[in-house]
Design a binder for this molecule. Sequence first.
Ligand code: HEM
Length: 406
Amino acid sequence: RLRAAHSLSWLSAQTGDHPSRLLHHPWRDNPYPTFRRMRSQGPFTTSKLGFRSANTYEAVSTLLRSRDFGVQPPAGAALPGQFDIIDLSFLTLDPPEHTRLRALARPAFSPSRMAGYRTEIEKITHELLDTATARRDFDLMRDFAQPLPIAVISRLLGIPESDDARFVQIGHTIGGALDGARSAGHLRRIDKASAELDALFDRLMAERRTRPREDVISALVAEADDGALTPAALRAMCRLLLVAGFETTVNLIGNGVMALLRHREQWERLVQDPGLAPGAVEEVLRFDSPVQMTTRWAHTESTVQGRRLQPGDYALCLIGSANRDPDRFEDPDRFDITREDASDHLSFSSGAHYCLGAPLARLEGEIALRALAERLPRLRPTAVPTRRGTTVVRSLSRFPVTTGTP
Ligand code: HEM
């Protein structure tokens, strides 16, 4: 089960603000000065409420890689007020069950599958841009960054187009769970959407059982029939792929275009040479990570950057801060799409939980940025983008732009 990360309470302890004010706090627009201050305090910060964060590249990467830490609390440990939101399969499990379930999902992201997805993603990308640019002004998030990954994950899972609209609504509600539930009402909406999604997946699985296709659900149904997956585990895995597909790549594209247009000379370089797109994707991931933080529990006693951690200690791993650590990246606040070591970022996590969808996200990001640079060299913002009220996921809701054509 995905646990609420207490991110708001934790941040409020850092900034001295009431959690509700943080929704409007400048922190949300630009967390990087706060991260810089925290790194200057050392590899870890512990707030008055007892929340611990890992701030530096070395501390975050050690917590993510080392077998001494896990995503589940060790027996007996718990966080006050912590509650379960939704079952997201192996994302929230430790080995050995994590290893077994992850192996079942891995074939969907194999290099041969990726090669097969390229043409499909290019087609979706150009169709979306055809529609969006029928007008000079459009919204980069609503008309492009949001629908692209959703269409890709829907096709990958094999969702029939007739179910698309409902699927999108459900996906947005459940995807919000990554940031924790904000109220009892929000939690109820997540539960309701989750039940509806189970029904949709059950129907699809029954169909694929009789008539299998070349999609991920058909492959997982075959595993389930071999006894490797219970029906509940199968649903949780589909839910994980859905949420991962809905809530992340959209922000790689949104944050990426925002960074490129704010550093116009970098945009011009990409326009001159669209072959720089893969490097641009890595630098965007480093510079403004779509997933800003994750959590780990200490399972055994260990020492990280000179700090002793005890079993049951819990830490927010600040990915966004690690990616701006000057001890790891030279001049880390400079956005440079030709930076050679940008791909050492921790935006896809590291170690056992390294993002399974990274090849897909990279492919989508590359195709999207390349298509924009090739087709819309004069792209520019027409208003300040609107930020979503999220903390774990760094996300824009609206980004008005113009194609710049006379
Ligand atoms: C795990 C980031 C796109 C599927 C993760 C984690 C991060 C992450 C940080 C690990 C969290 C942790 O260690 O606690 C991202 C980013 C993406 C992206 C930044 C886009 C730019 C995708 C896509 C998919 C996907 C498109 C698939 C459709 C997964 C899965 C896991 C995962 C299945 C769980 C891996 C495991 O627990 O072993 N992702 N992700 N991700 N991601 Fe992604």
